[in-house]
Ligand binder design. Structure first.
Ligand code: HPA
Length: 242
């Protein structure tokens, strides 16, 4: 059984550093999911690239329920996720790593729960959506490696795949948002519904729309991610040993 999983976001597509990797597919009641099982530090670890092979799944079409269902079936209890995000604040520049602790949900069209279609109606508590225990582990591990992180921050989840308007970003700023991405919801919600601990490290790849006046491109997001992804890997793999 695998206890720990990494969900790779934009720019984090392979199971580097896991040993004896084996790619597997699971058919779930919510569709198919593809992941890699490997070994690290004596444990079986699952690596699941959220956007699929070659990044072919846009944020609103990621099979979130299939992914989380499969992880639970594999015995996973701890999930470390990554996400590329834009920054709402001038003093939170590209390259920053944020261990987010809250979200604001602006998604519109995604399946958001396991508790429907005949399953008992359940309203899961969302006071602290991201697992405090895993967030502390990440912070300790970052400190041990002298890796600067921002501990805490509010992730605004938009529907995408378009980027935001400048007015939306001004609104998110006033509402208390810090970073903006397109995938944390419903991922963290579904993990909580299934009783799995979930933490996310957001990598700031750009300033959000309207902050600098520059036009935002997906290539910019990919470029900044690939320059910095080694820091997320260092953080995750150090934390997996904790
Ligand atoms: N907005 C939404 N999602 C993102 C961004 C952004 O600016 N950057 C990376 N993912």
């Amino acid at each position: 059984m695998a206890k720990k999983a990494i969900i790779g976001g934009t720019g984090v597509y392979d199971a580097q550093r896991l040993k004896n990797n084996e790619q597997q597919t699971m058919e779930t009641p919510f569709g198919k999911t593809v992941y890699t099982l490997g070994e690290y530090g004596g444990d079986t670890v699952v690596f699941l690239p959220r956007h699929g092979e070659g990044h072919h799944l846009p944020p609103h079409q990621v099979p979130y329920r299939a992914n989380l269902y499969a992880l639970r079936e594999l015995g996973v209890t701890e999930i470390y996720a990554t996400a590329a995000v834009g920054s709402v604040h001038k003093n939170l520049p590209p390259g920053s790593l944020v261990v987010v602790d809250q979200f604001l949900d602006f998604t519109k069209s995604r399946p958001v729960t396991f508790f429907e279609d005949g399953n008992p109606v359940t309203h899961v508590d969302m006071t602290d959506p991201f697992c405090g225990r895993l967030r502390k582990k990440l912070a300790k591990s970052a400190a041990e490696q002298s890796l600067p992180i921002v501990y805490g921050g509010t992730y605004v989840c938009t529907e995408g795949p378009r980027f935001e308007t400048s007015a939306e970003i001004r609104m998110f700023d006033r509402m208390g948002g810090d970073v903006v991405g397109m995938t944390a919801v419903p991922e963290v919600v579904l993990a909580k519904e299934l009783g799995m601990c979930y933490a996310s490290v957001a990598m700031v790849t750009n300033y959000c729309s309207g902050i600098t006046g520059d036009v935002l491109t997906h290539q910019e997001v990919l470029d900044v991610m690939s320059e910095n992804v080694h820091r997320i890997r260092d953080l995750f793999f150090h934390t997996l040993l904790a």
